[in-house]
Design a protein around this ligand. Structure first.
Ligand code: FAD
Length: 492
């Protein structure tokens, strides 16, 4: 099912003479596609989607590596159930049935030290509990409107301060073990937040991200199957692949009396429309904001783009001839010893340290495990050969599992930092930014009281930024804005 997306939408519509439409959507990620689906199902088909890549989906990308074996290069989990439109789509269309069937087979997360010793579950549970309380405290600064302590403006600063205090109750190995568990949790949190380090994440705004109730599901037929459901309601001929937008001219010189905006692509092709919904990632906006919009965007919008954070998160998949962990193990949590390299800005010898940012390996399929990492180590990993990654990861596994591990037969890794169509992973509220910046980013630019340049995409949702459901909702939001303008009734 997932490959169809590549096969059906495969090529620019070079011969299409009619480059004019009421609405132009830039980007065929889930925000762009959900905007198109919403317009279409509510009776407006006069739109086109311009997509830079040779495929649709953006940061939703299921890669078929071997028949039935699918790997998620981007979005992995449906985050929560209640009020989650992605969950609703997946559930209503039977995409989660396999998940229900297999539930519980692999349920054990083992916490391992570099010596290959498994940590007592009671200690882990204790640390989990304390860590959970501390994260909750971080969220409460925003949720309760409390001032943050003057000495720390970041989540990292606060967590490290509080953890150091808790650790004072312990000595020797007890303390060392707990310290390693807390640091492992912080590394995972950095990946969840999409930053290099939690020192980058604003403490005062941390609680504005809303966690939806319910468990986190993967989608056995692939995350891309959610997209295909939406795509089935979008006329295929409205989607233009391999069309990288260079400029969006909404000034007086746009060049057509009936259409307010002229969008020019890198290949010189021009498209005209009255409303443009921009859904490119915050990373692309950061890189292009100075030259993409004519005239320049208003300064509050530019400042919001500059202030918000957009980090790198990557995954490494390792495929083996046979399973490397027991049938009940879901995750190997890696408890790294304190390493002066990582803390020491002067010694960024990433060749020797990049893999220490991997905080766990998770079983994705029987013979396939995956590790996540973020920040500068992820960016460094993107530059390595697959052979090097295989060697480094294999050594990590040998050490933590204290047994011989064969080299993986295949390595698949993502390169979101170097992907010109994304330039990172997802948005976070950086120290110095505020939730108002997300709201500002999502505001349309009006001309004569009508929205002309609109913004959708995960980074424009004030409480679900960084997620697929956030992105989907913003696509609907901007489509509805247009339908409302034309007095067209709409249903969800
Ligand atoms: C590694 C990783 C893991 C993730 N895990 C999860 C998860 O588990 N759960 C979850 O909910 N979310 C997850 N996310 C986040 C989620 O994938 C995104 O929030 C969501 O897919 C963003 O959708 P979007 O439509 O806003 O942007 P995108 O998917 O980035 O879509 C934008 C589109 O614009 C196109 N484009 C860019 N520049 C141009 C241009 N100049 N001209 C034309 N087109 C252009 C791009 O090619 C892209 O297709 C993850 C992301 C990553 C990277």
């Amino acid at each position: 099912m997932a490959t169809d997306v590549h096969e059906i939408y495969n090529g620019p519509h070079e011969n299409k003479a009619d480059n004019k439409s009421k609405v132009l959507i830039i980007g065929a990620g889930i925000a762009g596609i959900s905007a198109a689906e919403f317009l279409s199902k509510n009776g407006m088909d006069d739109f086109k989607i311009l997509e830079s890549a040779h495929r649709v989906g953006g940061r939703i990308w299921t890669n078929d590596i071997d028949g039935d074996l699918k790997v998620e290069m981007g979005a992995n989990w449906i985050h929560g159930i209640e009020r989650n439109p992605i969950y609703q789509l997946a559930d209503e269309n039977g995409l989660l049935q396999l998940r229900y069937k297999d539930k519980g087979l692999r349920h054990r997360n083992i916490f391992m030290t570099e010596n290959g010793d498994e940590v007592n579950a009671k200690v882990v549970k204790e640390c989990d509990f304390t860590y959970g309380l501390l994260i909750q405290q971080c969220e409460e600064f925003y949720q309760m409107g409390m001032p943050t302590p003057y000495e720390c403006e970041s989540v990292g600063g606060y967590m490290k301060m509080e953890i150091a205090e808790k650790l004072e109750l312990y000595h020797g190995n007890d303390r060392k073990l707990r310290d390693m568990i807390f640091r492992q949790h912080l590394m995972q949190e950095a990946v969840v937040s999409g930053c290099n380090d939690l020192d980058d994440v604003s403490l005062s705004e941390f609680g504005c991200y809303e966690e939806l109730p319910g468990v986190h599901y993967t989608i056995p037929p692939g995350f891309q199957s959610v997209l295909e459901i939406l795509l089935s309601k979008v006329p295929q001929e409205n989607i233009y692949l391999n069309q990288q937008v260079r400029s969006v001219n909404y000034g007086d010189s746009a060049g057509d009396e009936n259409y307010k905006v002229c969008v020019e692509c890198e290949n010189g092709e021009k498209f005209y429309a009255n409303h443009v919904i921009v859904t490119v990632s915050l990373g692309v906006l950061k890189a292009a904001v100075d030259r993409m919009f004519i005239p320049k965007l208003p300064s509050p919008k530019v400042e919001a783009i500059e202030k918000l954070g957009f980090g790198v998160v990557d995954k490494v998949y390792l495929h083996f001839e046979e399973p490397i962990v027991a049938p009940d193990v879901f995750r190997i949590e890696l408890l790294w010893e304190e390493d002066s390299f990582i803390e020491d800005e002067r010694a960024p010898n990433l060749a020797d340290t990049w893999y220490r940012k991997i905080y766990s390996f998770e079983v994705a399929h029987e013979n396939l495990i995956t590790g996540w990492l973020c920040g500068k180590e992820a960016l460094y990993m993107e530059s390595l050969s697959e052979e090097q990654i295989a060697n480094d990861c294999c050594n990590v596994l040998k050490k933590f599992l204290k047994k011989d591990i064969p080299l993986p037969t295949r390595v698949i890794r993502t390169r979101w930092g170097n992907d010109k169509n994304t330039r990172g992973a997802y948005c976070y509220i950086q120290v110095g930014a505020a939730i108002q910046d997300v709201e500002t980013l999502g505001e349309p630019i009006d001309i004569n009281g009508k929205p002309v340049i609109q913004f959708a995409g995960e980074a424009t949702h004030p409480s679900f930024y960084s997620t697929t459901h956030g992105a989907l909702i913003t696509g609907h939001r901007e489509a509805k804005r247009i339908l409302d303008l034309y007095g067209m009734p709409c249903s969800q």
